[in-house]
Ligand binder design. Sequence first.
Ligand SMILES: [Zn+2]
Ligand SMILES: [Zn+2]
Ligand SMILES: [Zn+2]
Length: 374
Amino acid sequence: MNIRSVSLPDGRYFISYQFSGPNWAALSGDNPNPLHSPQIGDTGSELRWNPLLGEWVINAAHRQNRTFLPPPGSCPFCPGSGARRGDVPVETYDLAVLENRFPSLQPSPAKPFISGDPFFETGPAQGVCEVVLYTPDHQTSLAQTSVEQIYKLVLVWTSRYHELCKLPFVKYVFIFENKGEAIGVTLHHPHGQIYAYSFRPPRIERELEQCRIHHQETGSCLLCSVLRHEVNDGRRLVTANTSFTAIIPFYARWPYEVHLISNRHMQSLDDFTPDEQRDLASILKAVLVAYDRIFSLSFPYMMVIHQKPSDGEAYDFYHFHIEFYPPMRAANRLKYLAGSETGAGIFINDAQPEAKAAELRSLVQPVVWREGAA
Ligand SMILES: [Zn+2]
Ligand SMILES: [Zn+2]
Ligand SMILES: [Zn+2]
């Protein structure tokens, strides 16, 4: 994996990854340090503390003006788009990472707005917002790309996770993808995102706390236990390979909510062996293809990677996993986060995880892919 970084005219970095040669999975080249990249200017973002929930809200009003579903031919993520004020200054790339043009967090943010009332707490919106371009092909999707391309994405995720964790202000590196207009995607080019937060997000905090308590009480990892019970039961299994198991968990909130759990007890992308990286690519491909088969359409979803924070604390009790939240509950029917979900935090799942897992299981074709990779 050869890494080359370039500065865009507005100072953001663009990192291009090229994979070729006999050792193409090995890392070489330079990774830019976001702290040293010039800033885009005052974006006006700030953190505002919600004292009722005990959590931060990112206020980023400038993002109202961001690019919204550009017509074909003017996609800022297509190769060579830099010549017409796009984001890609190179004629081609294999995968690429760039700083978000409309970031809600910045490495060196402006001072927060002072309300004048110290009762209301604010904080600098410090962090990094990156976009991950999965492929130069505008027309495809992660589900449709080759398992080799998904493997390259796993390598790029690992590289960015590793680099962003090194930044002193970064406490949590959050890798995710919003896919489909149903999720509010504003650009169709296949891409995901990375947010490096300067605090631990509340959803992660809650999982960490539950895992910590379970470990204290039983001496074992909560997710290892969930995995063991799901495998023994079998009704909610979707597919599995040597290194990963895909389930719709017993406690799923969404009809097609798949969780990919590593079979080995590990905490982050940094812990993977090369075989596990390839197995992750294989199971991602198998699940994504099955998703597209449910309603014979390009299935919308949110995909989030849950791994340990990067704040220097020990998280041996936590366990790497990926969660998918697809908003569709039937063909042409979306699940909305309505009063109970939004106002009370209680999800109502209109489907039985056992039935949905059986449905997905019948659509999965296992992807076996190991040789010829490195
Ligand atoms: Zn494009
Ligand atoms: Zn575990
Ligand atoms: Zn989780």
